[in-house]
Every structure is written in structure tokens, then in C-alpha cells.
Write a new protein. Structure first.
Length: 262
């Protein structure tokens, strides 16, 4: 594990399970972290557990003034910024029936705000000689899923803007990559299963080669790797942290050839 002592990260969407997993991983590796989220209650709870090196800052990523204030806070509190993680998201989505207003809200939170934030934080990262940005994409940006449209479109676009941003931020010595989680143990799963991890794992089993949901810590490990010097020649790409979800073809994990002989 890389030592991130004296490094500073801003993580948006940091308050719930996956975001907090990224924050915990950074803090565990010695980094100081600004948690930028609109969920103040959960965010402050996580920050208070992790001590003085982690600070919650209320930040609505759709508001330019909030983004500016968050970056200024990171500079004042911790002396600068080295890494930025765009994780904030909304599942607001009604498939093809999504209203124009909801389309625009979804794209604003899930996509546009990430690039506005990246543009604003890049000069600050450059002041420290460069660093890295990690965007959260998803399996949802690679394949169709029932009932989804706006979220998937935003995540597919996230994969593309990652490539563009990598090219455009190269002069500032900033690498830009994304992670695409598969089904990950997260707030929505806690709610839907009434906190039964075994149930989430058994539903996820048939369509993940690793036959379970992922853990926030497993996603966080990929984020930290992409920020670390070990990833010094990696930019403009995606790491699938999806337990093999996107490696499986239409036959699933069924031995269809064997079925021919039955
Ligand atoms: N849960 C999964 O299985 C899964 C799978 C693939 C990708 N992902 C991605 O992982 C990330 C986290 O997902 P999650 O399931 O934990 O979602 P979540 O809804 O629990 O967390 C999203 C966070 O973003 C915050 N947020 C929402 N709007 C915001 C705004 N305007 N400004 C600032 N913060 C805002 C929320 O308060 C919340 O803390 C997302 O980018 C998601 O697309 C999740």
C-alpha cells in the first residue's frame, strides 16, 4: 500500500458506504481528506470517527460557489489538493419515461458537476506539481439494465470524459482515470435487503464471476492504486472493479455447450 502522508484528497459523495470506504482508505494510508457531500449527518459521523485529518464540508456539487468554497477550504485546512474523486451521484431515473427535468438533474449531478469540479480543482492540484483525478463510472455505463436510462447515460459519458480530461489535464501533470464498480455493498442495498448482505450476495451471484457483491474497500483499493505513483503511466482508462460482471457473455455462467448434449 502506498503511503499518502502529506497528500490531500477531496472526495465528493463521501458520506455513504462506498464514499466513506474511499475516505477510510485514504485516511488509513496517511492522506488528509475533505468529504464533500450534501448528506451532513452521515458525513460528519464518518469524519468524526477518523480524526483531525478528515473534514466534512457541505458541498452541493451542482453549485459552482459550493465547489469553489470546498476547494478553498481544502487549501486552507490542509494546504492544497493532490487528488480528487468524483463519486457523488443520484439514482434519479425513470428509464425511457424520465422527464426532461429529471434527465437534466441526473446528468447535472452524475456527469456535468464532475467535470466542472475537475476543471476548478485542476489548477490547485497543479500548484502541488500534479496529481490524479478518479471518476466513478459503473457497469451501468457499459451494458443495458432494466429500468435505467439517465444514470446509465451519465456513467457511459463518464467513461468518455475521463479520456478527454486525461488528454486536457496532461499539461498540468494530472492523470485522470475511472473505476467501474459492479454490484457493491452500498446504502441502496442496505435499504433494499434490510441490511442482509447474504441476500445481496445471493442475488448478485449468478452475474458476477466472483459470485457476490463487492465491498466498498475493494472499490477504494482501486481508487487509491490509480492515485498512487504505482499508476504513474496509467491515464485515460477505466478499471472494472466488478467481480467479472462485464466479462460474462449472454450465456451467463451456464455451460451452454454441455446443454447441447443433454
Ligand atoms: N452501489 C453500487 O452497486 C454501485 C455500482 C456501480 C457504481 N456505483 C457508483 O458508486 C458511487 C457511489 O454509489 P452509492 O451506491 O454509494 O450511492 P449513494 O447514493 O449511497 O451515494 C451517493 C452520494 O452522493 C451524494 N450526493 C448526491 N447528490 C449530491 C450533490 N448534489 N452534491 C454532493 N453530493 C451529492 C449523496 O448524498 C451520497 O452520499 C456512485 O458514483 C455510483 O454511481 C455504485
Amino acid at each position: 500500500m502506498t503511503d499518502f502522508t502529506n497528500k490531500v484528497a477531496i472526495v465528493t459523495g463521501a458520506s455513504t458506504l462506498i464514499g466513506a470506504g474511499v475516505v477510510r482508505a485514504f485516511a488509513g494510508a496517511g492522506a488528509r481528506v475533505v468529504m464533500a457531500d450534501i448528506n451532513e449527518a452521515d458525513g460528519k459521523k464518518v469524519a468524526s470517527e477518523l480524526g483531525d485529518g478528515v473534514a466534512f464540508r457541505f458541498t452541493d456539487v451542482t453549485k459552482d460557489d459550493d465547489i469553489d468554497a470546498c476547494i478553498a477550504f481544502a487549501e486552507k485546512q490542509f494546504g492544497g489538493v493532490d487528488y480528487h474523486v468524483n463519486l457523488a451521484s443520484t439514482y434519479l431515473d425513470n428509464g425511457i419515461h424520465t422527464s426532461r427535468e429529471d434527465w437534466l438533474t441526473s446528468l447535472n449531478v452524475n456527469l456535468v458537476s464532475a467535470m466542472v469540479f475537475a476543471d476548478k480543482v485542476a489548477p490547485v492540484i497543479a500548484k502541488r506539481g500534479g496529481g490524479a483525478i478518479v471518476n466513478f463510472a459503473s457497469i451501468a455505463g457499459k451494458v443495458a439494465q432494466p429500468g435505467r436510462m439517465t444514470y446509465s447515460a451519465a456513467k457511459a459519458a463518464m467513461l468518455q470524459v475521463t479520456r478527454n480530461a486525461a488528454m486536457q489535464l496532461r499539461p498540468r501533470n494530472i492523470r485522470v482515470n475511472s473505476v467501474s464498480p459492479g454490484w457493491t455493498w452500498s446504502n441502496i442495498m442496505v435499504q433494499l435487503t434490510e441490511n442482509k448482505r447474504e441476500k445481496a450476495d445471493s442475488v448478485a451471484k449468478p452475474f458476477h464471476i466472483i459470485e457476490r457483491t463487492g465491498d466498498p474497500a475493494e472499490v477504494a483499493a482501486a481508487v487509491l492504486f490509480l492515485c498512487s505513483d504505482q499508476a504513474s503511466f496509467i491515464t485515460g482508462t477505466d478499471i472494472a472493479v466488478d467481480g467479472g460482471y462485464t466479462a460474462i457473455g449472454p450465456e451467463g455462467m451456464v455451460d451452454a455447450v454441455a446443454m447441447l448434449a443433454e
